[in-house]
Design a protein around this ligand. Structure first.
Ligand SMILES: [Zn+2]
Ligand SMILES: [Zn+2]
Ligand SMILES: [Zn+2]
Ligand SMILES: [Zn+2]
Length: 489
């Protein structure tokens, strides 16, 4: 792993705790951190045994220690872990410790790392972050769940006696669990399941809904953090732990739950959410006004038209959002259900409202899947045109909420590109557009593909985004060869 520390300074302040600031001017795309995960493990509630080596589904146990699961492809796992249970300090611990409580995996890994002198220093940075247990004790079910599935099974397993130097108590274990959660990113295993990757530096960055860096994860779960926009010396390095396609109050809720943090970024402080209006309502008092949340006042929504100023009470907005939210869950992939929802609510919400965008994304992905399976028959062009429109609606919003090098925007461009090229080719094949129009549309497709590739150019090759880059490259080649063929008018 390369060291990029000359670009960053470690800083501490009351409000942000330990964080990093740029120590020089940095260009967009420049790498800031390159970090191996301290550990990768399933979520606490995981009930499925996973291979200790590759983290894919597994049903057999390691023959040597008989504690850790392995898959058919892996014959061994971490030597220290294996030895510890095979003949070391943990050899007398019940062999079904993990079978009974697989969720303890992450915590067990951390405890075993702490037993190894060469790993201890790295873990210590994590352990040095203060945790106020009383802030977590009353969390809805979470504390209880961890207590039952992770902490108590470990306390009664005999492991506490096997690690006398660590002076483990239930409190210490709870604090470890919280530190693990607060330093984890969701990562995707090769079998598509999500896991948590714990990163000591990369996951301790302060949050902003408008981050100035991009987190890239390769297939080995190595993290690369690079600048999304040009940075000046003294700029605080931010990442985002929330979904940028949610409204402000939803993002803040997510952040409170996952990180126990509040956000006061430019987007959170702007009722129009950077002019995207992702939480704005249609005004009921005037024909073309939009109402936004009064962030520093009553919390009600008020029309932005100065001559109108009509108010929608916050309780009404929240009820409506909850209603649409549960209808979205109910819709369960049913195209007509999403279409009805869209029709019902576009009269009430701003066209960029996050719930409408969510419904539109659902419709677009159903149409895409149908087109892949060739299950669209006659009205093919109409549905394709609809997909182009839906994907197109998402583009300006994705562009606005994540500035600079944005994976979100690149993926939205790719989805748009696929639909647009498919439609264009069909229109040309069926004679709806002439050669000149076809070339003009392909030229547009080419610039969309190039824009997406530009945004992904700093992603590692062996990552989901790296594979997406290849996929866009193939599409671009096809577009260019058609342009060569038809471009000479
Ligand atoms: Zn394996
Ligand atoms: Zn083993
Ligand atoms: Zn924010
Ligand atoms: Zn109004």
């Amino acid at each position: 792993m390369q060291d990029y520390s000359e670009k960053l300074n470690d800083v501490y302040d009351e409000q942000l705790g330990r964080h990093l600031v740029a120590s020089m001017s940095i260009e967009a795309g420049e790498t800031l951190l390159d970090e191996r995960p301290l550990l990768v493990a399933p979520h606490w509630e995981c009930g499925q045994l996973k291979c200790a080596q590759c983290l894919q589904e597994s049903y057999v146990m390691c023959r040597k220690c008989q504690v850790y699961p392995l898959c058919m492809d892996c014959s061994e796992h971490d030597a220290f872990e294996c030895e510890f249970f095979a003949s070391g300090a943990g050899s007398r611990i019940s062999k079904d410790l993990l079978v009974k409580n697989y969720g303890i995996c992450a915590l067990l890994k951390l405890l075993l790392l702490l037993e190894q002198p060469d790993q201890r220093a790295l873990c210590q940075t994590l352990l040095d972050t203060p945790v106020k247990l009383e802030d977590y004790r009353n969390e809805d079910g979470l504390w209880q769940e961890r207590d039952e599935q992770v902490v108590r099974p470990l306390m009664s397993s005999g492991l506490v006696q096997a690690f006398p130097d660590q002076q483990l108590t239930a409190e210490v274990l709870h604090a470890h669990c919280i530190r693990i959660d607060n330093s984890a990113y969701e990562v995707t295993a090769r079998d598509g399941d999500t896991l948590k990757g714990v990163y000591v530096r990369g996951a301790s960055l302060p949050h902003s809904c408008v981050p100035n860096t991009v987190v890239a994860l390769d297939e080995q779960f190595n993290m690369k953090l690079y600048a999304a926009v040009p940075l000046e010396s003294g700029d605080i390095i931010y990442t985002s732990y929330t979904n940028p396609l949610m409204g402000t109050s939803q993002r803040q809720h997510q952040l409170r739950l996952s990180r126990h943090k509040e956000c006061a970024c430019t987007r959170c402080l702007d009722a129009t959410e950077l002019n995207t209006h992702m939480s704005s309502m249609k005004c009921r008092g005037c024909p073309d006004g939009y109402a936004v949340c009064q962030l520093s006042g009553s919390g009600d929504w008020r029309c932005l038209n100065a001559s109108c100023g009509a108010v929608i009470p916050a309780t009404e907005v929240h009820e409506l959002l909850a209603e649409v939210g549960s209808a979205l869950v109910e819709a369960r992939g049913e195209l007509s259900a999403y279409e009805t929802l869209l029709d019902q609510h576009k009269q009430l919400l701003h066209p960029n409202h996050f719930l409408l965008l969510d419904i539109k994304q659902n419709i677009a992905s159903i149409l895409r899947a149908a087109s892949l399976m060739n299950s669209l028959n006659d009205p093919c062009k109409k549905l394709l045109a609809r997909r182009v429109e839906l994907c197109g609606d998402l583009l300006p919003v994705c562009r606005a909420v994540v500035p600079g090098l944005s994976k979100l925007y690149a993926i939205a461009l790719f989805e748009y590109l696929l639909a647009f090229v498919e439609l264009t080719e069909l229109q040309f094949a069926e004679g709806d557009v002439n050669k000149k129009e076809y070339v003009a549309q392909l030229t547009r497709a080419r610039s969309v593909a190039k824009e997406a590739l530009d945004l992904l150019q700093f992603e590692p090759e062996n990552s989901a985004e790296g594979f997406l880059t290849d996929r866009i490259g193939v599409e671009l080649e096809r577009i260019e060869s058609d342009l060569m063929k038809y471009g000479k008018l």
